[in-house]
Design a binder for this molecule. Sequence first.
Ligand SMILES: NC(=O)c1ccc[n+]([C@@H]2O[C@H](COP(=O)([O-])OP(=O)(O)OC[C@H]3O[C@@H](n4cnc5c(N)ncnc54)[C@H](O)[C@@H]3O)[C@@H](O)[C@H]2O)c1
Length: 275
Amino acid sequence: MTRVLVTGAGGFIGGHLVARLREQGVGRVRAVDRVPLDEWRQLFDDVDSRSADLRDPAECGRACAGVDTVYNLAADMGGMGFIENNKALCMLSVLISTHMLEAARWAGVQRFFYSSSACVYAAGKQESSEVEPLREADAYPAMPEDGYGWEKLFSERMARHYYEDFGLETRVARYHNVYGPDGTYDGGREKAPAAICRKVVAAVLAGSDEIEIWGDGLQMRSFTYIDDCVEGTLRLMASDVREPLNIGSEQSVTITSSSTSSRASPGSPSSATTT
Ligand SMILES: NC(=O)c1ccc[n+]([C@@H]2O[C@H](COP(=O)([O-])OP(=O)(O)OC[C@H]3O[C@@H](n4cnc5c(N)ncnc54)[C@H](O)[C@@H]3O)[C@@H](O)[C@H]2O)c1
C-alpha cells in the first residue's frame, strides 16, 4: 500500500492536502509538523500525525522511513510583512529542504514534491501596476525576493539535481498567494487577502470607513483558492513535468478598485509580489 508523507501538515496548505489525500484514499498518510498536535489546523484520527522539527536530519530520516511519496511543504514563512523582517529565519528553511531531500533519497522515496513560490521571480518584474505575466523561465537571470525567495530558488534547483544525479523524481510548484479557510489570519504571518478581510471587519466594528493598505493599492496581484492549489499540486505530482510550474490564478486583482484583469496565459499567473 502506498505510504504518503506530508510535511508542514499542521499548517494551512499541508492540512488541506492531507484532507484531500484521505478523501482520495491514496493509502496510508503520515503527517509531520513542528508545532504540537493540539495546534494543528486540521488533525485526523486515521493519519499518522507526528510533531517533529525537520531542520534535524534524524527527524527527516524518521519521517521518510517506509514512505513512497513525499510532499514537502514545511517552511518558516508568512506574508510580506513577515518575510521582509525575518530573512535569515526564512533562509533557514533550507535545512528542511536539504535534509528532506537527502532523507528521501536514502529511504528510497519514489516521488518528491517541493512547494516553491512566486517569490523566486525578480521583484522588479512585479513592482509595476502593469506587470507582465510571469512565465516560469522569467526566474532567470535570478534576482528573487531577498531571503525567502533565495531559499526557494536554491531548493528548487537542489530538487532538480536530486533527479539528475540520484534519479529521485521531483516536482516543484511555484504557488501564488493562496487563500481560504484555515489560512493565517493575524499574528504577523498573515497574507494580503486575510489581512484585508481582518482590517475591513475591524473597521466595520469600529464604525470606521478607512483601512490601512500597503503601497498605492494599484498593484496587480493574483490569488489562488486553496482547493485549486491542492488540485494543482496533485495534478503536478501525477504528471511527468519535472520543471518548476506556476500554480495560481490567471486573474489579477487590485486592492483599491477591485478591478480585475486576465492577461496571463494558462499556466502563467500574472501575479505580483507574493509569498
Ligand atoms: N500560502 C501561500 O500563499 C504560499 C505561497 C507560496 C509558497 N507557499 C509555500 O507553501 C508551503 C506551505 O505554506 P502554508 O501557507 O501552508 O504555510 P503555513 O505556515 O501555514 O505552513 C507551514 C508549516 O510548516 C511548519 N514548519 C515550519 N518549520 C518547520 C520545521 N522546522 N519542521 C517541521 N515543520 C515546520 C509550520 O509549523 C507550519 O505549520 C510553504 O513551503 C510555503 O513557503 C505558500
